[in-house]
Design a protein around this ligand. Structure first.
Ligand code: DX5
Ligand code: ZN
Length: 226
């Protein structure tokens, strides 16, 4: 297995929303992507932020945005995030009737395209779609809330994806999201993930930038072939 250097993406879901720009700047030099969780209270039973906040934040930082859409009808809304300057736009497989068509739309709008797989969704039906995507986000919790406990059994999906990506020489990041922290990131890295979302573990720490650096070091050390 050959895995590129890890990406660490702090999730602003765990940040103080009243001081969002400040919270982003706290991780700007340490992190690779900023993970932005968009929830619509329909696809998941929680409501967070949407396009206006992403647009305002875009002007406040140079960090690449990794937008994670936990919404229904992504075909209608996802391209707007690409137009707003998101680096990567990920939508859920469970919400999309034609994932490949939407991936094409996102790429032609200038963004990378990501496919997310929730806790109860098997990975196998989606493996053959991966050449149309740049990122594959495998939930390591049930999507909807931060601060949940990591589910190690879900790493079987990461292993299956890693085998498929390596065998097909695909250029695709395998991202894990949910419960990623100092005590779980190594197993996720060893399973073949190479992008790591962390909310609580970053913004719950006294020094968020230091938390990012620590997570990256752990992921690097545990990566296959490291
Ligand atoms: C939850 C979100 C996650 C969340 C992770 O559905 O997709 O990105 O912020 O939070 P932690 O790292 O606290 O599990
Ligand atoms: Zn997320």
């Amino acid at each position: 297995m050959t895995v590129p250097p890890p990406i660490v993406a702090p999730s602003i879901l765990a940040a103080d929303f009243a001081r969002l720009a400040e919270e982003v700047r706290a991780v700007e030099d340490a992190a690779d992507w900023l993970h932005v969780d968009v929830m619509d209270n329909h696809f998941v039973p929680n409501l967070t932020i949407g396009l206006p906040v992403v647009q305002s934040l875009r002007a406040a930082t140079t960090m690449p945005f990794d937008v994670h859409l936990m919404i229904e009808d992504p075909r209608r809304w996802a391209p707007g995030y690409a137009d707003a300057g998101a680096y990567n736009v990920t939508f859920h497989a469970e919400a999309a009737d034609d994932p490949v068509a939407l991936a094409k739309d996102l790429r032609s709008a200038g963004a990378k395209a990501g496919l997310a797989i929730d806790r109860d969704t098997p990975i196998e039906p989606y493996l053959e779609l991966l050449p149309s995507f740049d990122t594959l986000l495998i939930m390591t919790i049930k999507a909807g809330f931060g601060g949940q406990r990591f589910i190690p059994q879900l790493l079987d999906k990461v292993r299956a994806a890693r085998r498929h990506v390596d065998a097909g020489h695909l250029e695709l990041r395998i991202e894990v999201d949910g419960g990623i922290a100092a005590d779980t990131i190594e197993q996720a890295s060893a399973a073949g993930a190479d992008a790591f979302v962390a909310g609580t573990a970053v913004y719950g720490a006294a020094d968020p930038a230091e938390a990012v650096r620590h997570l990256r070091a752990l992921a690097e050390r545990a990566a296959p072939g490291a």
